[in-house]
Design a protein around this ligand. Structure first.
Ligand code: NAD
Ligand code: UGA
Length: 470
């Protein structure tokens, strides 16, 4: 029986391994983590992450061929294939702060693998890492070579949160990069055999290590670039009377452009787009490619601009001040169908409004008050000026922001309502009831284009929607 161990039981490690266990009953999969709390949650009825369909898959396999454990060293030493799916955040201090990937977690995982291994291993980079990381990892793994052979593969993950299970069950492609040597080819084949249990062969792409590592950064950069492009257009639409949805529809009909990922928004969030682009920028700078670095940097700058443009619109529309006014925030997660708030645009928007002394009432169906508290009280790390930290926001108790149990409670007596996540339930709200319970004039600022602006205007709202005629 092939034994797989995954180091890192997070948003990627958990769902990815659950699907491998589901599709490969003859493989034993152990997911390990240094966080005891996370492992405990994976072994409970309340999984540590919310992801549609995940619970069913976990329940089907857990205890049979899927195990969550904090016995990291034991499972690593027993495994044939070790996936490393630890976090690789942006460095906040030292060389490359604000841009470079922090590989501390990766390095400590690699050192541990080297120390506890007693048999040959295939080590798979699942985390998103800078191009050429495999070279550094190889050095660490072989530093106290005990005659063990380590083959490093790059197998970046392309799942998106909210659709992770679907993406894993039916991926557009699986990418496996390895050394172009007999040992490398053998390792690639071993991993290919795992995926081939459910992924059609023509969707399993192989490449050299550096192409595979770079393809992951490139894919995220291209995706984020599309959003910044359409968001840049949204500003021009508002200035000219064009409608960004109509523009997206028209350009998306060109098969060379395609219709996906052209939804204008208050800005992209999530743990990876900004981090991975900044990582790419840093790699370009290190290679002396300043023009290329500046090109990609602009994608993040436009995203920051979109968030501050939204805040400015709220304040300027409400007679240039929101001081003391209650504003309802509907949606805090970085996208629908997830409780993840990492880099969510809601953090910047809320902080911007609080900076203008608004009183916020926040509602999100999946985000807890504790999480919002943590997010709003954390100093913002300015990627472009890593030494300057924005002032922190006071805690909920100080009465300038609070969390509501539902959307109707959040909007009661509010002067304005901001939609920051495209949860389906926000499309179906009774906006007449909401209008009746709000202060007048009642403003709606739709950062996701989820409401029917014309209908809301008929009710009496003043509506601002991203990229739409006012
Ligand atoms: P995460 O923070 O949810 O999970 C990482 C886990 O690794 C944590 O639980 C942490 O405790 C654990 N960990 C860290 N160091 C460890 C060690 N030495 N030993 C054991 N456990 C350790 O992160 P994530 O969102 O799952 O992302 C993981 C990687 O996958 C990142 O590189 C990310 O860029 C990439 N990625 C993420 C997504 C996504 O949707 N979140 C998608 C594709 C790729
Ligand atoms: C993204 C990629 O889509 C995945 O392929 C990748 O594996 C992952 O990053 C990663 O490396 O972490 P994710 O961040 O989970 O996945 O979610 P997306 O659906 O890509 O959305 C990212 C952000 O862009 C969200 O805030 C979303 O609301 C926003 N977005 C997306 C738009 O504003 N407009 C769009 O048209 C699409």
């Amino acid at each position: 029986m092939v034994k797989i161990c995954c180091i890192g039981a997070g948003y990627v490690g958990g769902p990815t391994m659950a699907v491998i266990a589901l599709k490969c009953p003859s493989v034993e999969v152990a997911v390990v983590d240094i966080s005891e709390a996370r492992i405990k949650a994976w072994n409970s009825d309340q999984l540590p992450i919310y992801e549609p369909g995940l619970e069913e898959v976990v329940k089907q396999c857990r205890g049979k061929n899927l195990f969550f454990s904090s016995s990291v060293e034991k499972h690593v030493s027993e495994a044939d294939i070790i996936f490393v799916s630890v976090n690789t955040p942006t460095k906040t201090r030292g060389l490359g702060a604000g841009k470079a990937a922090d590989l501390t977690y990766w390095e400590s995982a690699a050192r541990m693998i080297a120390d506890v291994s007693k048999s040959d291993k295939i080590v798979v980079e699942k985390s998103t890492v800078p191009v050429k990381t495999a070279e550094a990892i190889e050095k660490i793994l072989t530093h106290n070579s005990k005659g063990i052979s380590f083959q490093i593969l790059s197998n970046p993950e392309f799942l998106a949160e909210g659709t992770a299970i679907q993406d894993l069950l039916s991926p557009d492609r699986v990418l496996i990069g390895g050394r172009e040597t007999p040992g490398g080819s053998k390792a690639i084949k071993a991993l290919k055999d795992v995926y081939a249990q459910w992924v059609p062969e023509d969707r399993i792409i192989t490449a050299n290590l550096w192409s595979a590592e770079l393809s992951k950064l490139a894919a995220n950069a291209f995706l984020a670039q599309r959003i910044s492009s359409v968001n840049a257009m949204s500003a021009l639409c508002e200035a000219t009377g064009a409608d960004v949805s109509q523009v997206s529809h028209a350009i998306g009909k060109d098969t060379r452009i395609g219709p996906k990922f052209l939804n204008s928004s208050v800005g992209f969030g999530g743990s990876c787009f900004q981090k991975d682009i900044l990582n790419l920028v840093y790699i370009c700078e290190c290679n002396g490619l300043i023009e290329v670095a500046n090109y990609w940097k602009q994608v993040v700058k436009v995203n920051d601009y979109q968030k501050s443009r939204f805040v400015n619109r709220v304040v300027s529309s409400m007679f240039n001040t929101v001081s003391g006014k209650k504003i309802a925030i509907l949606g805090f997660a970085f996208k629908k169908d997830t409780g993840d708030t990492r880099e969510t645009p809601a953090i910047d928007v809320c902080k911007g409004l609080l900076g203008d002394k608004a009183k916020l009432s926040i509602y999100d169906p999946q985000v807890t008050k504790d999480q919002i508290e943590r997010d709003l009280s954390m100093s913002k790390f300015e990627w472009d000026h890593p030494v300057q930290l924005q002032p922190t926001v006071p805690a909920a108790g100080e009465q300038i922001w609070d969390v509501s149990a539902d959307a109707y409670e959040a909007v009661k007596d509010a002067h304005g309502l901001c939609i920051l996540t495209e949860w389906d339930e926000f499309r179906k709200l009774d906006y007449q009831k909401i209008f009746n319970s709000m202060q007048k004039p009642a403003f709606v600022f739709d950062g996701r284009n989820v409401v029917d602006a014309a209908k809301l205007r008929e009710i009496g709202f003043i509506v601002y929607a991203i990229g739409k005629p006012l």
